[in-house]
Design a protein. Structure first.
Length: 404
């Protein structure tokens, strides 16, 4: 018996996200499509020190598929301190080649048939694609969380190398993926993919990410204003802007505290900015937190803040919302779906300081947004995400059989 409203067409994925999807449901979807062995291609593994939302998303889907009885293999680049071959949560993990060599090596291995038998392929296009349409002759889907656009120039040095990335994303890759089934996280990300990469809208499906049931309200809020922010400490997250905003707000909120969770190569610069602003006593950068400590932070925080320039969704937003914490975030693609503006948080074009000040100052506004945040987050489950993604791949398998 199928409890979730699983879409019949991957072109317009519409899930009853609040409903439950059982493992037999997933097994039935896979069985009807002849999907038993599925390979997933990712730039980084979940155990990589720089792993973020994309890696968590892929690993969660792989775990749920494995629990449903599918034979899942995750291939990625090497992760320091971890073996080349491994098992995690019921699926195989293969970590081969360096951070950039993984793309040509994976394509070459696939082309000459050295990756082993598979019934379906999931490629995660995270900036640099694997170009699977050129070499993977099996049903496949492509996860594209968001367009990278200006991220190339924010992250890559020298500038000439960044231009190569832009050329690949905007000129070389779109014709290759023109007939591929693209899966993205939000309608706003789909709109950008269609507009900027000029991929056909009918080929782009939307399957939102889930929220683990562990993220739920409990305990009391902090006795003083507490702002939480979570993400990799890299330029695209623009934590330098957030720190500058917090330092300006300190005068209006003398007891303000902020915790910025995550690791990344900008840590030293951000810590220097905190020191220069005389904020070492109240802005903390604790690095990665355990799941329990992160959930505790979400529950105690008054608001979650993000000034990120690019997101496919912003899973930390819905995690915090599920714990009863609204968000004040940049009005970018992805965020526009993760936040219901004025109901579960506030979306801001430009400087977020005034909106953040409003939420910290107005208890009635904060309470109303908290109620809306919990309600919005309750719509999203990982089982529904796994089912929607599997259905997209199953539809591609069915189309391939019809063409054959």
């Amino acid at each position: 018996m199928v409890h979730a409203q699983v879409p019949s067409s991957a072109a317009d994925v519409s899930l009853a996200l609040a409903s439950s999807v059982t493992r037999p449901d997933l097994a039935a979807i896979a069985g009807r499509a002849g999907l038993h062995r599925i390979h997933m291609l990712a730039w980084r593994d979940l155990d990589d020190p720089e792993a973020g939302g994309s890696e968590l998303h892929a690993a969660t889907i792989a775990r749920i598929w494995a629990e449903a009885g599918l034979d899942v293999t995750m291939r990625s680049s090497e992760a320091a301190g971890f073996p080349m071959y491994d098992h995690r949560d019921g699926y195989r993990v293969i970590r081969k080649a360096g951070r950039y060599a993984v793309f040509p090596r994976t394509a070459l291995s696939g082309l000459i048939g050295r990756t082993g038998p598979r019934d379906g392929l999931v490629e995660i296009w995270n900036g640099m694609p694997f170009f699977s349409p050129w070499w993977a002759h099996c049903p496949r889907i492509v996860f594209l969380h968001h367009v990278h656009a200006e991220m190339w120039r924010m992250v890559i040095r020298p500038r000439a190398l960044a231009r190569v990335g832009e050329l690949i994303e905007f000129k070389l890759a779109p014709p290759v993926y023109r007939h591929a089934r693209i899966v993205t996280l939000s309608q706003s990300s789909k709109d950008e993919i269609v507009e900027l990469l000029r991929l056909p809208a009918d080929n782009v499906s939307v399957v939102p990410p889930g929220v683990d049931p562990r993220f739920a309200p409990a305990g009391a809020k902090s006795s003083h204003p507490l702002v939480a922010a979570v993400g990799r400490l890299v330029p695209v997250k623009q934590f330098d802007r957030l720190i500058g905003t917090l330092i300006r707000l300190k005068a209006r909120h003398p007891h303000l505290e902020a915790v910025i969770v995550g690791e990344g190569y900008e840590r030293a610069d951000l810590e220097a900015q905190v020191r220069a602003g005389g904020a070492r006593d109240w802005i903390r950068l604790p690095g990665r937190l355990s799941d329990a400590d992160l959930i505790d932070l979400y529950r105690r925080a008054w608001v979650l803040a993000s000034t990120s320039a690019r997101e496919g969704w912003g899973m930390t937003i819905t995690e915090a919302a599920a714990c009863g914490t609204p968000a004040v975030v940049s009005a970018i693609a992805g965020h526009r779906d993760a936040v219901v503006d004025g109901a579960s948080g506030l979306l801001v074009d430009g400087d977020i300081a005034p909106a953040l000040d409003r939420v910290l100052s107005d208890v009635q506004l904060r309470d109303r947004l908290t109620t809306g945040a919990v309600a919005h987050a309750a719509r999203f489950t990982w089982d529904a995400t796994a089912a929607g993604t599997l259905q997209a791949l199953a539809d591609e398998a069915s189309s391939a059989r019809r063409r054959a």
